[in-house]
Design a protein around this ligand. Structure first.
Ligand code: GLA
Ligand code: ZN
Length: 691
């Protein structure tokens, strides 16, 4: 059986260099030196694969796949739909995207095609089938990379028609749609589905039901396009698994839906290292890794990351020594089976010529970046045994795209700076600081297997969510819900009869009003008498006013006309406990709260001792082993002696200290004591055939 390995390498674009064979020859040599075993090719190759309509040139790609395979390098093969050749746009203008203001775009850029256009779908199907026919059986092609970073919407007539058909299926009758979209407001009642137009800056923007439905449709249409791409590959005999590369905190698509269309989730990780404290950047990036892993609850791939600087921010810093390695190991710690870069060779011209690359314009193999890439390449060989191991968590943070759409669209107590991402991150950080693995899940995900679930600002309750929450707590779970939650239903209509809707008895309280604070204003959370909470904490942005109905106050407000009224509450319900956090508190509040809750809910941290400031800890389990990852993301040494680390060193140097950006991976046998040995869903089976 083939030795399992961590996929190491990244995007490679030989089509830019076909007239420079010497360069390409050198690249292969350098890739081998760097320990690269995988490249992603073909994503932006359409013009080289089909320079003229119907004239196909696949030989250069076949040669490249063969040459690389002969050198021990596998290919993740991209379908080219993310950017199209000029002839296609010229001959079939319907493939070009139409903006919300109804202007059709010209040729150029990428990611700007219509997802509905039958012509575009047909052309993509044809080229995908040809690629599959040629490479389905190639042992060097291990995975299909479908398109590139799907995103955006198209408002062309074809998309309008598809939208109306989709609405008719969703709502049945236009009367039902009118009711659920509340169109009597401002006399916006529709008489038939045919009258409905997508939201537009020159038309309707204020009907929240329409806005939400449009976003759902765009996701559905993108998923449908993605599935059509995959169908073309399968119809032509391709058996390899599929992936699509997702993006950081991307709000234009509901990835929960997209992930269902692919076999393996992958994403492009470009944190802005060295901008603030790197531990904060690492935790934010870690939350995103966990979000991607949780989409399918299985290992994922880090499809892209920069070997050094990016070039699309106002200021793009080079990665400090050690940061590349730390970022690579971090992906593995959170469940990635790969460390892949954009890009292997830097292009000479056009808009990404200064983006970091393994091989830069110097064409040398002795630069700082190349050396660090090569060192990590060697180290990863020693970490191959972690592949197939899984991250399991008994705590989850709900971070839900549909909720975010509704929340950020609402005209409510705050119409900017709602800080949804930050509010999820605060709970996430506090839990991670307790040394806990954390899943980041959508509201529609199952809560089974978790002991603690946190739902920050869950403004929109999906159908059935209140019942799921109720059962979770009844059966012994701990649930934390924060301010401005349970306000609207699936169509963004306000619930009647009090909020958080359907669970007021579970939380033993009711929200009566929500106050908004100006940017500079603060209130205070003060411990209530007899509360396990001891500190006082600032809160800002939003403050829910709360009436107790059976629950007890853990904290009360420190000022305003609602001074001394409940701000944070606890209620015992069934065998579990429900906590409501009424205001946007500072980080230290969450640190104290989850310190208590993780003990009370008997959560099992990856390590027994205390996690020092600046350090991130994660665990991956296989049947008989836990791999403990300890990483220092601060630019000064960290003392690990209080962590109670055990096990053999699989990677790294010392169990006592970590230098800046240094990492440690320990192999702990389940027979040893400090193990979360009873974790569920642990399997030694590889998560996918390709990895
Ligand atoms: C994205 C794309 C790549 C490249 C990088 C640059 O992730 O997928 O093609 O443009 O950004 O950071
Ligand atoms: Zn369209």
């Amino acid at each position: 059986m083939e030795q399992r390995k961590i996929l190491y390498g990244g995007d490679y674009n030989p089509e830019q260099w076909l007239d420079e064979p010497e360069i390409l020859k050198q690249d292969v040599q350098y890739m081998k030196e760097a320990g690269i075993n995988t490249v992603t090719m073909g994503m932006f190759s359409w013009a080289a694969l089909e320079p003229v309509e119907g004239e196909y040139h696949l030989d250069w790609l076949a040669d490249w796949i063969d040459t690389l395979y002969g050198n021990g390098i596998c290919t993740i093969l991209g379908t080219p739909s993310g950017a199209r050749p000029k002839w296609l746009a010229d001959r079939y203008p319907e493939v070009l995207r139409v903006e919300g203001d109804r202007t059709r775009r010209l040729f150029g850029g990428r990611h700007n095609h219509c997802y509905t256009s039958p012509v575009y779908r047909e052309k993509v199907r044809k080229i995908n089938m040809l690629l599959a026919e040629r490479f389905a059986a190639h042992p060097g092609v291990i995975l299909w990379h479908i398109s590139n970073e799907y995103g955006g919407d198209c408002h062309c007539p074809l998309c309008q028609k598809a939208f109306r058909e989709w609405l008719a299926k969703q709502y049945g009758t236009v009367e039902e749609l009118n009711k659920r979209w509340w169109t009597a407001f401002w006399s916006h009642t529709y008489r038939s589905f045919d009258e409905i137009e997508s939201p537009s800056p020159i038309g309707e923007t204020e009907c929240h039901g329409l806005n939400l439905a449009w976003k759902r449709f765009v996701t559905e249409q993108t998923a449908d396009f993605l599935e059509a791409e995959i169908r073309a590959l399968r119809d032509a005999g391709a058996k390899q698994p599929t992936t699509a590369n997702l993006m950081y905190d991307f709000a234009l698509l509901d990835y929960d839906r997209i992930a269902r269309s692919i076999d393996i989730v992958s994403w492009d990780s470009y944190p802005l290292w060295h901008k603030k404290e790197d531990i904060d950047t690492a935790l934010d990036n870690g939350m995103q890794h966990d979000y991607m892993r949780s989409l399918k609850k299985q290992p994922f791939l880090m499809m892209e990351s920069s070997p050094s600087m990016t070039n699309w921010t106002k200021v793009s810093k080079v990665k400090r020594p050690g940061a590349l390695t730390a970022a690579g190991i971090q992906a593995l710690a959170h469940g990635s089976e790969s460390v892949l870069y954009f890009q292997i060779r830097q292009s000479r011209g056009s808009s990404e010529k200064f983006h970091g690359a393994v091989i830069d314009h110097s064409c040398r193999n002795d630069g700082r970046v190349f050396r660090e890439v090569s060192e990590l390449g060697k180290e990863l060989e020693g970490l191959a045994e972690i592949t197939g191991s899984e991250v399991s968590a008994d705590a989850a943070v709900i971070y839900d795209t549909e909720n975010r759409w509704a929340l950020e669209d609402a005209r409510g107590p705050r119409n900017e700076n709602l800080h949804y991402h930050e509010s999820a991150l605060k709970s996430y950080k506090a839990l991670r600081h307790r040394g806990l693995n954390v899943d980041v899940i959508h509201a529609s995900a199952s809560l089974e297997g978790y002991r603690l679930v946190v739902a920050p600002m869950l403004y929109l309750f999906h159908n059935g969510f209140a019942q799921k929450l109720r059962e979770f707590v009844e059966q012994g779970g701990s649930f934390v819900l924060t301010y401005w939650s349970g306000i609207v239903d699936w169509d963004d209509r306000c619930f009647l009869g009090g909020t958080p809707h359907g669970v007021m008895d579970v939380f033993g309280m009711r929200r009566t009003e929500t106050d908004a604070l100006y940017e500079t204003e603060r209130n205070l959370l003060c411990p209530a008498k007899g509360s396990f909470m001891k500190g006082s904490y600032e809160c800002r942005y939003l403050c829910d006013l709360i009436t107790l109905e059976g629950g007890r106050a853990l904290m009360t407000y420190g000022s305003e006309f609602y001074k001394d009224t409940p701000a944070v509450t606890e209620n015992c319900f069934g065998k579990g406990r429900a906590y409501y956090v009424g205001a946007d508190a500072e980080q230290a509040f969450y640190d104290e709260l989850y310190g208590y809750l993780s003990r009370q809910a008997q959560l099992k941290p990856v390590v027994r001792g205390t996690v020092p400031e600046g350090v991130e800890v994660s665990g991956r389990n296989s049947d008989d082993t836990t791999y403990v990852f300890v990483q220092n993301f601060r630019n000064r040494p960290a003392d690990l002696r209080g962590m109670g680390l055990e096990g053999e060193i699989l990677y790294g140097r010392s169990r006592e200290t970590l230098e800046a950006y240094e990492s440690l991976v320990l192999r702990v046998s389940h027979k040893q004591k400090n193990l979360p040995a009873d974790r569920k869903n642990v399997s030694s089976e590889p998560a996918s055939g390709c990895l």
